[in-house]
Design a protein around this ligand. Structure first.
Ligand SMILES: Cc1ncc(COP(=O)(O)O)c(C=O)c1O
Length: 424
């Protein structure tokens, strides 16, 4: 049996219909923007391995720093103990984060970073003895697969079996072009309720919802409305952080800064699992008390794992190099050029681009949807061409590691055009 067949015997994969899915591709090596399978075939990782890999695979500097950390302190309990990588990482993140952020809470993935944010906001109000339990969120959002994350996300196929178990959320329309007034009006109506704890959003772009984009101007206005009513604002930057939108954080595009920010994915350069929830001082202050019941009773065994923190520190070193910024700008320019070329293609409903992300919404006889049957065909086509692009239904997107070359980007663009010409 080869590796893919052995896998089938023992493994249950995420987001995969186990009855019909083809055998998984067995990856044996990563290098820069490439993967190699067990037959020696090379693939361009066009989606940065679920949006985490920002500097390329097996980056030698990341490998060196992680290896050094493994030989010094690989892991330590984080309640009652601390360590240099966790403290240094917090200090360095604050140099990059909006100035209103002042404390960092560690966890170990994007969903837990969101879960921590929601719990912080709920308990903030509980500690103030003003229990507020409702959340405002956008329709079509995705915030992870834990129960809090599912509750604030779109109600869809991902969480349908759990619908009755999810907590109450006021979903307002996404303020895409032309719908801004509708969103503002829905927000104003929601804010008339007095029990709103928080407003959570994916800033400027909804990832899993289909790379749906909206303007910073409207988000600024929504945050302003929330601040007027003392509603805590939570930016879920799990996907948008670390350069994806062209700036270091999507919040850097905004005048009004969120009270809480969730980070993961690109945080460690995509090599180790780590989650971070940052908050403004006023939130932290609500947990300072002689009353033990006001403690934030939340933590994970791997909270602030030193090896993961050292990966994040090494990743920040690479972000400090001018070439990383130049690469982000270069990818942005290449995407913009291709958008101009392809935007009127007859097989497309729309092309969208923000920073290093470009998305193509393909016309089909079905509605635009994650379960659109074109998805499998798209994946197989690109895999056969040596490109990993895992579509969101009929939406194909490119979200590459920043080290990808212009030649590889051109090859992906050319293959997208070929797909639209021959397969739709
Ligand atoms: C905006 C956003 N929030 C949260 C998550 C959940 O992150 P994780 O998959 O690490 O749990 C994701 C994952 O795609 C995401 O895009």
């Amino acid at each position: 049996m080869n590796l893919s067949e052995r896998d089938k015997q023992v493994i249950w994969h995420p987001f995969t219909q186990i009855k019909t899915a083809p055998l998984p591709v067995a990856i044996v090596k990563g290098e820069g923007a490439y993967f190699y399978d067990d037959k020696g075939k090379r693939y361009i990782d066009g989606i940065a391995s679920w949006w985490v890999n920002v500097h390329g695979h097996c980056h030698p500097y990341l490998a060196k720093k992680i290896s050094e950390q493994l030989q010094t302190l690989e892991h330590a309990i984080f309640s009652g103990f601390t360590h240099e990588p966790a403290v240094q990482l917090a200090e360095r993140l604050f140099k990059r984060l909006p100035q209103n952020q002042s404390k960092i809470f560690y966890s170990d993935n994007g969903s837990t970073a969101v879960e921590v944010a929601l719990k912080m906001a709920f308990q903030y109000w509980s500690n103030k003895e003003l229990p507020k339990t409702k959340v405002i969120a956008f329709e079509n959002g995705y915030h992870g697969d834990t129960f809090g994350g599912m509750s604030v996300g779109a109600r869809n196929a991902f969480n349908n079996p759990f619908a009755k178990l999810l907590f109450d959320v006021i979903h307002i329309p996404v303020p895409v072009k032309g719908k801004e007034d509708e969103t503002i009006s829905a927000m104003k109506t929601a804010l008339q309720q007095t029990d709103i704890a928080s407003f959570i959003f994916e800033p400027l772009i909804q990832g899993a919802g289909g790379m749906v984009m909206y303007s910073e101007k409207i988000l600024d206005e929504l945050i302003h409305l929330c601040k007027e009513k003392n509603v805590i604002t939570i930016a879920d930057e799990v996907m948008t952080g670390f350069g994806r939108t062209g700036k270091f954080f999507a919040s850097d595009h905004l005048q009004n800064k969120p009270d809480i920010i969730c980070l993961s994915k690109g945080l460690t350069g995509g090599v180790m699992p780590l989650g971070v929830t940052t908050c403004a001082q006023f939130i932290y202050d609500a947990f300072l008390s002689d009353d033990k019941m006001k403690t934030f009773f939340h933590g994970h065994s791997y909270t602030a794992n030193p090896t993961a923190c050292s990966a994040a520190l090494a990743s920040l070193d690479i972000f400090d190099l001018p070439e990383t910024d130049e690469n982000i700008k270069r990818i942005e320019r290449q995407h913009q050029r291709f958008l101009q070329k392809i935007k009127h293609h007859k097989a497309l409903i729309e092309v969208r681009q923000l920073g290093t992300i470009i998305a193509f919404e393909i016309k089909t006889t079905e509605h635009t949807n994650y379960l659109n049957s074109l998805a499998e065909h798209i994946s197989e086509f690109f895999i056969s061409k040596g490109i990993i692009l895992r579509p969101l239904g009929n939406i194909v997107y490119i979200l590459p590691p920043y080290c990808i070359s212009n030649e590889d980007l051109e090859y992906i663009y050319k293959t997208v055009e070929e797909f639209l010409e021959t397969e739709v």
